[in-house]
Unconditional design. Structure first.
Length: 65
């Protein structure tokens, strides 16, 4: 199950995706040792922005009233 599907099931909708380019912070990464050791590429991070589905909030308030 994807994060987006899970969040949708609990009443949130995906509003935006931000891809954070961190090349400047990680530009000094160099392989260590001999032979070279693989280092995971950590220069991109994904930030998912969710918001509460307003329609569901209104429906919930109406059922509680």
């Amino acid at each position: 199950m994807s994060i987006t599907n899970m969040m949708t099931e609990i009443g949130f909708i995906l509003e935006d995706i931000i891809i954070w380019d961190r090349r400047k912070e990680y530009s000094n990464l160099r392989p260590l040792g001999y032979p070279y050791v693989f280092i995971v590429n950590k220069i991109h991070e994904y930030i998912l922005i969710f918001k509460k589905n307003r329609v569901e909030e209104v429906e919930d308030e109406e059922t509680l009233a």
